[in-house]
Write a protein that binds this ligand. Structure first.
Ligand code: TYM
Length: 343
C-alpha cells in the first residue's frame, strides 16, 4: 500500500495567501515530488465549513471554487493517485467521528487553543460543532491511514490530538487499526522546513493571517483584485527599527513579508534575505513584495477562470466513488474492532 499524503482547506470563507502558502503550495510540491510513490488526497472539508456562522447560500459554489483553487495551484488530478473529493460526499467521515468521539476526552478537547481562541468563553453562542472540529479532522485523516498531513502551524495541535486518538485506539484494539500520522517535527522535515509556517496578519503581525479576520486590510484573499492587494501590502504594518531583518521575534511583519517574497518568487529564504537584510528603504522592499503578489494573483485568477464546473464535478465524482470504497473498508474494520460488526 502507498503512503498517503492528505490535506484540506475549508470553504467557510474565501481562502487567503496564508492558506495558499501554508497548505496549497506544500501539498502541490509534495504531490509533484512523491506522486510516483504516494497516494495524494486533497479534499474539501465541507462539513467543517460551518462550525462558525457563514452564508449558506454561497457554500455549494465556494466548495467547487475551493477545488478549482487546488487545480489552479498546480495539483495534477489527471494522475490516478491524485484525488480531490468533498468530505460530506463520503458518509464514513461522520460515522467515524462518532466512534472516535467516544475515545476522546473532554479534558483534552477543552485544551485545544483554536477552540479557546474562537469561543473566548462565550459558550452560549458557540456550537458543539466547533468544539468537536478536531475529532472530525482526526476522522478525515485516520480513515485513509494518512501518514503526512501538510498543515500550517496553527493546525499542529489538531494533528497531535489525531495521533493521540490513533495511539489510544491502537493500544486498545490492536496496533494495526490505524496508521499513526508522523509527528509534527517529522511532518515539517518531510515538507523541507525546519518548523511550521505561519503567515502573519498585515495589520497585526503578532497574529496569523486569517480568513475570518474582520479587517479586510489584514489579509490578501485569493480573489482580491490585484491592485487592491498591492495597496494592502504597501500599507502593511511593519516596525520602526529602520533596518530590514529576518527576525520573527522583534520584526514579525517584516519577516513575514520576506517569507512571502521567498515563497512566491521561488527563491530560497537565504537568497531573499541576502538581497534585503540590512537595507533601510522599507518602501522599496514593500514595492517588490507587492509586485510579486500582483503577478501571482493575476496569473492564479486567470487559471481559476479557465476551469469549468463540469470538469470539476466529473473529477469529484470519480474520486468520491474511489474514496467511498476506501473509507467504508476502514470504517468496517473499526466497527468490527469496537464490536458493532461480527469479526
Ligand atoms: P483552514 O481552511 O482553516 O486552513 C487551511 C490550511 O491553511 C493553513 N493556514 C495557514 N498557514 C500558514 N499561515 C497562515 N496564516 C495560515 N492560515 C491558515 C492551515 O494551517 C491549514 O493547513 N482544520 C483544517 C481543515 C481540515 C483538515 C482536515 C486539514 C479539516 N480536516 C484533515 C488536514 C487534514 C483547517 O485549518 O482548514
Amino acid at each position: 500500500m502507498k503512503d498517503v499524503i492528505l490535506t484540506g482547506v475549508r470553504a467557510n470563507e474565501e481562502p487567503t495567501l496564508g492558506n495558499y502558502l501554508g497548505a496549497y503550495v506544500p501539498m502541490v510540491e509534495l504531490s509533484n515530488r512523491h506522486a510516483a510513490t504516494h497516494q495524494i488526497n486533497m479534499f474539501v472539508p465541507d462539513l467543517h465549513s460551518f462550525t462558525t456562522p457563514i452564508d449558506h447560500a454561497t457554500l455549494y459554489e465556494n466548495i467547487l471554487r475551493g477545488v478549482k483553487y487546488y487545480l489552479a495551484a498546480g495539483l495534477d488530478i489527471e494522475r490516478d493517485n491524485i484525488d480531490v473529493y468533498r468530505q460530506s460526499f463520503i458518509p464514513a467521515h461522520s460515522e467515524m467521528t462518532w466512534i472516535l468521539d467516544c475515545f476522546t476526552y473532554f479534558g483534552e478537547m477543552s485544551r485545544m487553543t483554536q477552540f479557546k481562541d474562537k469561543s473566548a468563553g462565550q459558550t452560549d453562542s458557540i456550537t458543539v460543532g466547533l468544539f468537536n472540529y478536531p475529532v472530525l479532522m482526526a476522522a478525515d485523516i485516520l480513515l485513509y491511514d494518512a501518514k503526512y498531513v501538510p498543515l500550517g502551524e496553527d493546525q499542529f495541535q489538531h494533528l497531535e490530538i489525531t495521533r493521540d486518538i490513533a495511539l489510544r485506539m491502537n493500544n486498545k484494539f490492536g496496533q494495526e487499526l490505524f496508521t499513526v500520522p508522523a509527528p509534527t517535527a517529522e511532518q515539517s522535515k518531510f515538507m523541507g522546513r525546519d518548523k511550521g509556517l505561519r503567515i502573519r496578519s498585515l495589520t497585526d503581525p503578532t497574529k496569523k493571517m486569517s480568513k475570518s479576520d474582520p479587517s479586510e486590510n489584514a489579509k490578501i484573499l485569493l480573489s482580491d483584485d490585484p491592485d487592491t492587494a498591492v495597496k494592502k501590502i504597501l500599507s502593511a504594518t511593519t516596525d520602526s527599527v529602520g533596518v530590514i531583518n529576518f527576525d520573527f521575534e522583534n520584526q514579525p511583519g517584516m519577516s513575514s513579508l520576506l517569507q512571502i517574497l521567498a515563497l512566491l518568487s521561488g527563491k530560497s529564504q537565504a537568497e531573499v534575505n541576502k538581497e534585503w537584510v540590512g537595507k533601510t528603504r522599507y518602501g522599496d522592499f514593500k514595492k517588490v513584495v507587492a509586485d510579486e503578489v500582483y503577478m501571482f494573483l493575476t496569473d492564479f485568477q486567470n487559471r481559476v477562470a479557465a476551469i469549468s464546473d463540469d470538469y470539476v464535478l466529473k473529477a469529484l465524482a470519480k474520486s468520491e466513488a474511489k474514496m467511498n470504497k476506501i473509507a467504508e473498508r476502514k470504517l468496517y474494520k473499526v466497527q468490527t474492532a469496537v464490536g458493532l460488526r461480527r469479526a
